[in-house]
Every structure is written in structure tokens, then in C-alpha cells.
Design a protein around this ligand. Sequence first.
Ligand SMILES: NC(=O)c1ccc[n+]([C@@H]2O[C@H](COP(=O)([O-])OP(=O)(O)OC[C@H]3O[C@@H](n4cnc5c(N)ncnc54)[C@H](OP(=O)(O)O)[C@@H]3O)[C@@H](O)[C@H]2O)c1
Length: 304
Amino acid sequence: MSPAEAHPGASDAPGALAWDIADKVVLITGGTTGIGRATVEALAARGAHVVFTARDAALGQTVIDEVTAATGNPSIEQRQLNLDDLGAVRDFASDFAADHPALHVLVNNAAVMLRERRSTVDGHELTFGVNHLGHFQLVCSLLPLIQASAPARILNVASDAHKWVRGIDFDDLSATNGRYGGRRGRQAYAESKLANMLFTRELAKRLDPAKVTVNCLHPGAVRTRLGRDTEATRFSEVFWTVIGTFFTTPEKGAQTTVWAATSPELTLVSGQYFAKSKIASPSKKACDDGAAAKLWKISEDLTA
Ligand SMILES: NC(=O)c1ccc[n+]([C@@H]2O[C@H](COP(=O)([O-])OP(=O)(O)OC[C@H]3O[C@@H](n4cnc5c(N)ncnc54)[C@H](OP(=O)(O)O)[C@@H]3O)[C@@H](O)[C@H]2O)c1
């Protein structure tokens, strides 16, 4: 499907191709490692002012030093953010808005996949709390700045893993019914990635794509630290280590995010799922408008 098919009128709208990432302000969550780290470098190389979040300031400084040396772009900044604390997310957003006149691209990239059930500061299950709720709060808090910076883009790094589950278990969002231990931690992760997709769908309906677009994407199977804590048995640890040798590099994994952040032809494309740098088909569950509206309402209540 071409962008024009995805959004009729896209190609002939005035300004549809007027998008250049150079000098734009980009915020990437989880820029210390993996796909996020590779995205920081790729967008810095294209001249953006890149802000990334870190939890470890020393690690963040190492990323700044390495990326500045590799790209020659001195305009790279780290900010501390822990997505498992909703109050901290709100404070982060207001500090960010006070310090930055604009935010043109927000990449919601950070995520966890866990072996043991753990809780956020606010008492939510950690996978759902970080991967969905923390980013929901971040987007809602930064939306006035993003809208004032239009044209702007929001990108949610989701996953084809959303296809592993039948839907969101709205009766057990805190995952207390034994969804933990080995493979089941992966199930909680898959649900959180489906939440990323449903959030994208509902948010796209609420935004004017001529001002702010929101899309989600699958980066591919990428060799990163994600999932390092999930292996419950020696067998599954060896299994995933072997499988991991077939996975791609973080640099290749960042390509779809970079394409979605930089491509002029996507100026008016919103509410889509991308993979391999093109529009892809999500599962039916990810197109469930009822579930998307329900998740939005619950997320509003949980972050109130
Ligand atoms: N790897 C894959 O094969 C794959 C496939 C499909 C989708 N994805 C998606 O791609 C994205 C990036 O994953 P990755 O594979 O690059 O993972 P990764 O290497 O584990 O990196 C995750 C990033 O998230 C940050 N993070 C974790 N918990 C956080 C918290 N509570 N608050 C703030 N930041 C936190 C980490 O920061 P710290 O350094 O502080 O821990 C790290 O920078 C995720 O959304 C993932 O779901 C990955």
C-alpha cells in the first residue's frame, strides 16, 4: 500500500513532502542500548538534535561521547527517565517542555521483557507499566508541546510479538493470574506490544494528521539485551542463544524507525503499522476499535 492509499489525498496535499529531519528535535526513550542506541546514532548522523532517555547517567554520557565522535553532531543530549514511575514521567515532560522550544519526533522505544512478575512504583505490573502506561503518560504529557511543534511525528516501537496473544486480558492487567515464569513473561510482553498498537490506533483517531501523525512499527528480530532476564531454564537459555545468532544487528533493527522518522512521503500517514521500512499488516486484534477505546479509557484512569 502506498502512503497515498493509506491516507487518501496525502500525495497532493500542500506541504506533504516538506519534511527534513535535520535540525528537528527528536526524543527517543531508551537510547542507551540496542535499537534505541542505534536510532540515536542514525538520527544524529542525519543532523537532528537528538535527546535520548537513560536511567544510568554514566552510560548515557558514554553514548553521547561515542555518537558525537561517530557523527560529528555535537547536538546530542541525555535526560534521566524511569518509565516505571508515572510521577517521574510527568516531571520529565514538564522539565523537557520548559527546556525545549519544540519536539518534532517522539520515538517511544524503551521496553522490558521479564521473567519474574514485578511492580512499578505505582503498583502496576512492570511490563504493562513501562511498555504501555509509562509511554501513554509520556505522550499525553508532551502532547501540547508536540502539537505546538507541528508538523510532528510520534512513533511507537511495537512488535510482531503482538501476534502471540489472543488479545489484552482486561480482567487481569496486573498479570496476577500466573502469566509469569519463562515463556509466560513473553506473553505479558506480547500483550504490552499489542497495547502499543491499540494505543497507536486510538491516538491516530484523536489527532489531525496534517499536524501530528502517530504510527507503530516492528523492527525485526534483533540481537539486543531484551529478553535477557526471561529464561527460566537452561534449555530455554541455550535455545534463545542459538536462535539469537540468526537475529539482525541493532543498526539494521533501527532502520524502520529511522525511515519512519525521516521519510518525507510519510508526512500525512497516520495510524499505520510499519515493518521493513514499509506499511505492513497488523493482526486483526490490533485493529479492534472497541479494544483500543477500552484500553485508552483504562489507561486514562490508571494514570489519573
Ligand atoms: N530486540 C528485538 O528483537 C525486538 C523485536 C521487536 C520489537 N522490539 C522492540 O524494540 C524496542 C527496543 O528494544 P531492544 O531490543 O533494543 O531492547 P534493549 O536492548 O533491552 O533496550 C531497552 C531500552 O529500554 C530502556 N528501559 C528499560 N526499562 C526502562 C524503564 N523502566 N524506564 C526507562 N527506560 C527503560 C533500557 O534502558 P537501561 O539501559 O536503563 O536498561 C534500554 O535503553 C522495544 O520497544 C522492543 O519491544 C525489539
